[in-house]
Design a protein around this ligand. Sequence first.
Ligand SMILES: Cc1cc2nc3c(=O)[nH]c(=O)nc-3n(C[C@H](O)[C@H](O)[C@H](O)COP(=O)(O)OP(=O)(O)OC[C@H]3O[C@@H](n4cnc5c(N)ncnc54)[C@H](O)[C@@H]3O)c2cc1C
Length: 359
Amino acid sequence: MNEIPPIQRPDEPAIEQLCQRLVEMGAELDRTDGWPGEQLQLCGQAGVFKWFMPQQWGGGEWGELDVTRGYLRLSAACLTTTFVITQRTGACLRIAGSDNEPLKERLLPDLVSGKAFATVGISHLTTSRRHLRKPALQATETDAGFTLEGFSPWVTGAQHASTVVTGAELEDGRQILIALPTDAPGVTIPSPPRLVGLTGSHTGEVRLDGVQLGREWLLAGPVEDVMKVGAGASTGGLQTSTLAVGLSKAAVEFLEGEAEKRPDLSGPAAELRDELSDVEQLLLSLAGGHEACSKDELRTQANSLVLRASQAALAAAKGSGYVVGHPAGRWCREALFFLVWSCPQGVMAANLCELAGIE
Ligand SMILES: Cc1cc2nc3c(=O)[nH]c(=O)nc-3n(C[C@H](O)[C@H](O)[C@H](O)COP(=O)(O)OP(=O)(O)OC[C@H]3O[C@@H](n4cnc5c(N)ncnc54)[C@H](O)[C@@H]3O)c2cc1C
């Protein structure tokens, strides 16, 4: 395996080298539904895990604009790997942003270096199973800490993680955020289900059956709305839109490649390229701190674009694109993910209206 030099900036040629390798491995990943272990190892060697982390922990502490540029490149090359990295990063930032210094010392060095893998299972506090009367994961306070009972419904790569950053609700409605060691007694991780796309992310449930955790694992709380407190705490940021734009880019580039040989495709390719440029511009200006539009407006546009661009790529690829292994078919399945991944109510409503043809 050729070493990829550390990537210190999102515009370095080395990122092209890394992305090329990820593209080459994409078809095999989709065919086998396997975990992108080799891809993650390459990203770790290239220093990708450091991009997001504070300098204090050996990270590069990239600003949001650079992170966005980096994610745009990676997601155009391999959405599964990039998505897994977002969940890994979410967990690492929650740990780094907590006040629990001993836990940070214990977990962060191996996470920043890539030796260990952590992930995040917090959707039951924000978007998933919120309509149920009983919280998905309940905590009871004990003398030593907490007893946890229930499950976290969506945890990417849980089987590969040593730590899952997850949340639970106490009887009085306050919530805690905790770094759950996956080898704690009472934790079980069933085989992840096959998904419409991104099956290689090995996303599935983590069950907790009377798990006893001491306060040394606590990251935040007990407090109301624990996801709104602490550093690294933003949910609904730009990364979902960034990955949608990255995937759109791959699809539009494919269409442009086909249009070089088939002039009938030039019009649609040019139209989609213009729209892609506009949405990318909006994304980069938001990432740069300018209020070009709201995050939900951006997400609505990015969702719409990724669905249409991926299907345009499939139409251009014709029947060959419908054979498993061709990237165009995969992009269509992956694009559907953006309809359900951390999708705010307003964005979902706007996407539904578009699908229903309501102006
Ligand atoms: C591939 C994938 C990877 C993911 N990875 C992660 C991850 O790593 N970490 C993480 O924290 N999250 C993750 N998520 C979760 C994601 O961000 C969303 O939280 C999730 O898609 C919400 O879907 P849900 O089916 O759980 O929603 P729910 O709202 O629980 O809906 C489930 C079902 O309940 C019913 N229902 C919904 N609302 C109502 C209502 N008001 N009244 C009655 N019935 C209702 C519907 O039939 C619906 O199908 C992932 C999701 C996917 C698909």
